[in-house]
Design a protein around this ligand. Structure first.
Ligand code: DC
Length: 216
């Protein structure tokens, strides 16, 4: 990690509230918010678009080498384009939900996207959310949070958003994979958001960062 830029790392399972917290922290602390899951989703979307079997690791890696993936920042939030197409809501389709964990378990995919994630820190202070941010992407940052919520609460949140997303299945895959599984990073402050409002969760996150040495 470059000494002149700071990274807040937020990890946690699907629908734990980490994206909302990351967005709010970014606004409050003047950081760029990077959604690393959107990158894995974008690659998965492109794989499906190309008609490649997401379960065929070698075919996915070959397709990956053909992709021009460009990460950017707009209005303080990360953006992603593949082969010149900016990807937004399409990456939240049920097809992507169903296959993203499989694609994200491929080491070459992770290597490529982790490099892009680290590059954000060259020009920005960031809050990045995902599954392996505190453990793999920015292991040296002292500012690590792990945001969870009970399985029932998370499934209810997704249903409320109108999204078909088997969060428990994705979590099992994301936690059990060999490369960079979801786990609590050493030194991370854990926040259970099951019974907290968004405001309360953000407040706890800010207090935790201050305890970890954050000063504005
Ligand atoms: O945060 P999300 O639910 O949009 O992420 C989608 C998937 O991407 C998630 O199920 C696993 C994968 N992912 C990952 O493996 N590592 C990350 N840092 C972020 C997401």
């Amino acid at each position: 990690m470059k000494r002149d830029h700071r990274a807040v790392a937020i990890d946690g399972p699907a629908a734990s509230g980490k994206s909302t917290v990351a967005r709010r922290l970014a606004e409050r602390l003047g950081l760029v918010m990077v959604n690393s899951g959107a990158m894995y989703r974008a690659v998965t979307w492109q794989i499906l678009q190309d008609g490649v079997d997401p379960g065929d690791g070698a075919a996915v890696v070959e397709a990956l080498t053909e992709m021009e993936i460009v990460g950017g920042v707009e209005d303080g939030v990360s953006t992603i384009a593949i082969n010149g197409r900016r990807l937004e809501n399409e990456v939240r389709s049920s097809g992507v939900n169903d296959h993203v964990s499989m694609v994200a378990s491929i080491p070459e995919v992770r290597e490529c996207l982790v490099a892009m994630q680290r590059a954000y820190l060259e020009d920005n202070d960031v809050v990045m959310e995902g599954r392996d941010i505190g453990t793999v992407v920015f292991p040296e940052t002292p500012f690590k949070l792990y945001i969870s919520a009970s399985e029932d609460v998370r499934a209810a949140r997704r249903a409320r958003d109108g999204e078909a997303d088997a969060v428990a299945k994705r979590d099992a895959q994301d936690s059990q994979r060999k490369t960079s599984p979801l786990k609590v990073a050493e030194g991370a402050v854990e926040i259970d958001s099951s019974d907290l409002t968004i405001d309360e969760t953000v407040e706890e996150a800010c207090e935790a960062l201050v305890r970890l040495g954050w000063n504005e």
